[in-house]
Ligand binder design. Structure first.
Ligand code: HEM
Length: 182
């Protein structure tokens, strides 16, 4: 088991971060859809949003670590069977996923802190409000958060389908590498 990526394999840290983020993104999306439909008398009316925000802030921290880790240990080389267009599409797709993930998390933070209150992360610590005076901050950040969350899950689903296509149709090791095998 190796911690860092090599030119051929993903290391265990990248693998854990990739799957933790994937799980959190789909989980937060489902939780977000469900909680926005709750009525005031539901016992989850306050608990669900605070879980959503707590996990969202932890995910933001994890993504900052992931970017630092990514810069310190580059991804493995593309497979020799991948042509120039596939490599370019992969690179652009991954960059898009990183960018939209950050935009979704930052817009969520701006909704929660628009009134100047910090975000409590499961009562363990608080993330303070910083920007609070953007015009109609809560509404605008809310719309951005909702639309970009949809864009993120749709694109992540396309990304997952591409990985399955590599595995079942092209029969290459793209998916196996992300599962820690080669
Ligand atoms: C919200 C969900 C997901 C996000 C945000 C996401 C994001 C990413 C990112 C950013 C990378 C590039 C890693 C790097 O080099 O830094 C990556 C790679 C990869 N992901 Fe995902 N992913 C998600 C879900 C999935 C799922 C569900 C699958 C499979 C069914 C999958 C399969 C892969 C594979 C195979 C690679 C490696 C591609 C390669 O080496 O060319 N991902 N993912």
């Amino acid at each position: 088991m190796q911690w860092r990526n090599t030119s051929e394999r993903y290391g265990v840290v990248t693998l854990c971060m990739h799957w933790a983020v994937a799980f959190a993104v789909f989980g937060l999306f489902g939780l977000g859809l469900w909680m926005t439909g709750l009525d005031y008398y539901s016992p989850w009316y306050q608990t669900a949003p605070s879980i959503h925000k707590g996990i969202g802030m932890l995910l933001l921290g994890l993504m900052v670590l992931r970017v630092v880790w990514r810069l310190s240990t580059p991804a493995p080389d593309g497979l020799p069977t991948h042509g120039r267009m596939t490599r370019l599409a992969t690179r652009l797709g991954h960059a898009f996923l990183y960018a939209v993930l950050f935009a979704v998390m930052i817009s969520g933070y701006l909704i929660s802190t628009a009134d100047g209150r910090p975000v409590s992360v499961f009562g363990l610590f608080e993330v303070p409000a910083t920007l609070t005076s953007l015009p109609r901050q809560e509404d605008v950040a809310g719309l951005v958060h909702e639309y970009l969350a949809w864009a993120l899950v749709v694109f992540a689903a396309i990304h997952a389908l591409a990985a399955l296509k590599h595995h079942f149709i092209d029969r290459d090791t793209t998916l196996l590498r992300m599962l820690g095998r080669s």
